[in-house]
Write a protein that binds this ligand. Structure first.
Ligand code: SAH
Ligand code: SF4
Length: 366
């Protein structure tokens, strides 16, 4: 399904595309930079605020572009660590963006890091058996403007709640593309969106602080390898052998481990960066001794970091979170093998776990 809004979202425009549009309508190209400065540096919310633009141009922009491509329905603080923004798209689809504050180890709560988890699709077509996002299937891809605007909402929320001057760069530390949807299945909109966030004329947010999480769409991992940016890559592995992975992730039939692992290896060696393997622990499915052994081998071969995530219960699904003892012995086995690994237990603290709970919901149940 494709949704075509009445007006183009302004947050979907790049400097180039806006300059071209201005040239077409007989406006000087430098005006494009002025508009983007208003949006990203001064956080303007209306065309009226753009006082250095001639009034006729402001009127014209107002007719052609939507300055608020999505609507914030509510921002709910679910705990000290996570805050969810529920956003409504022009076609009334709902998308969640999560703000996660993780305290820095050894440093006080005040110096906590702030990570923003963004969505890329409404629903997801990949149907991983443990995941809430995949339950209702795929509805549509988010547009470039809809992806960018999730971060703009976070900036606006900060502008409302803090005293600091607007003319500051974003105050968050990381962006993770781990919300609803499979980012690599919306590559065409994801990359331009991330480039807007990254651009000096945009949010000026470093590519090294942006992590893309994928269930393992091999051709897109290879494509990302050839892009100039140094995005971080996280792969949702969740099974260390084909038979186990296949049971819980249908994508594994299409791209089995013997194709996925070399693709990850290529990404890691080309970019010179450590890749993260996400591994949800599900009782008696993938938390066994054999899986820990197989996962260690993969992680050591890839020199990857393993992030263990005790499964979060999803209503309607039968899977169980393993006991603390089972979680511990899995973790210890990896450690003993020399694998760089982390496990998070506190509710809401873990980024992938907090993001992994996004699903399609109706307005009433939100
Ligand atoms: N489609 C992408 C990104 C979104 S999923 C991907 O699969 O990587 C984001 C993360 O949340 C993934 O690591 C996913 O496996 C995890 N997740 C999904 N459901 C979860 C659950 N019930 N408990 C814990 N983590 C979950
Ligand atoms: Fe889609 Fe990722 Fe959930 Fe799998 S884990 S259904 S790919 S969002």
């Amino acid at each position: 399904m494709k949704y075509v809004p009445e007006k183009q979202p302004i947050y979907g425009q790049s400097l180039d595309s806006l300059q071209n549009r201005f040239a077409e309508i007989g406006e000087p190209r430098f005006r494009a930079k002025q508009v983007l400065d208003w949006l990203y540096k001064k956080r303007a919310r209306s065309w009226e605020e753009m006082s250095n633009l001639p009034q006729p141009l402001r009127n014209r922009l107002k007719q052609e572009f939507e300055i608020a491509p999505t609507k914030r329905i509510l921002a709910k603080e679910s705990s000290d660590e996570t805050e969810k923004l529920l956003l409504e798209m022009g076609d009334r689809s709902l998308v969640e963006t999560v703000v996660i504050r993780a305290p820095q180890i050894g440093v006080g709560q005040k110096n906590s890091r702030k990570t923003i988890c963004i969505s890329t699709q409404v629903g997801c077509a990949y149907g991983c058996r443990f995941c809430a996002s995949g339950l209702a299937g795929w509805k549509r891809d988010l547009s470039v403007g809809e992806i960018v605007s999730q971060l703009i909402h976070v900036c606006h929320l900060e502008d409302e709640t803090t005293q600091r001057a607007r003319e500051e760069i974003a105050s968050f530390d990381n962006i993770v593309v781990m919300g609803m949807g499979e980012p690599m299945a919306n590559y065409e909109n994801l990359l331009p969106a991330l480039r807007i966030l990254n651009a000096p004329w945009g949010l000026n947010f470093g590519a090294r602080r942006i992590t893309i999480s994928t269930s393992g769409i091999v051709p897109k991992i290879l494509k990302l390898t050839n892009e100039p940016e140094q995005f971080r890559l996280a792969v949702s592995l969740h099974g260390a052998t084909n038979d186990v992975r296949e049971q819980i992730m249908p994508i594994n039939k299409r791209y089995p481990l013997e194709e996925l692992i070399p693709a990850i290896e290529r990404y890691a060696s080309t970019k010179g960066r450590m890749v993260t393997l996400e591994f949800i622990l599900i009782e008696k499915i993938n938390d066994t001794f054999e899986q820990a052994e197989a996962l260690s081998k993969i992680a050591l071969k890839l020199n990857a970091h393993v992030n263990l995530i005790p499964y979060n219960t999803v209503p309607g699904l039968d899977w169980k979170r393993p006991s603390l003892t089972r979680q511990d012995s899995f973790y210890e086995r990896l450690k003993r093998k020399g694998v760089s690994t982390t496990i998070r237990r506190e509710k809401g603290h873990d980024i992938a776990a907090a993001c992994g709970q996004l699903k399609l919901k109706s307005k009433q149940s939100s």
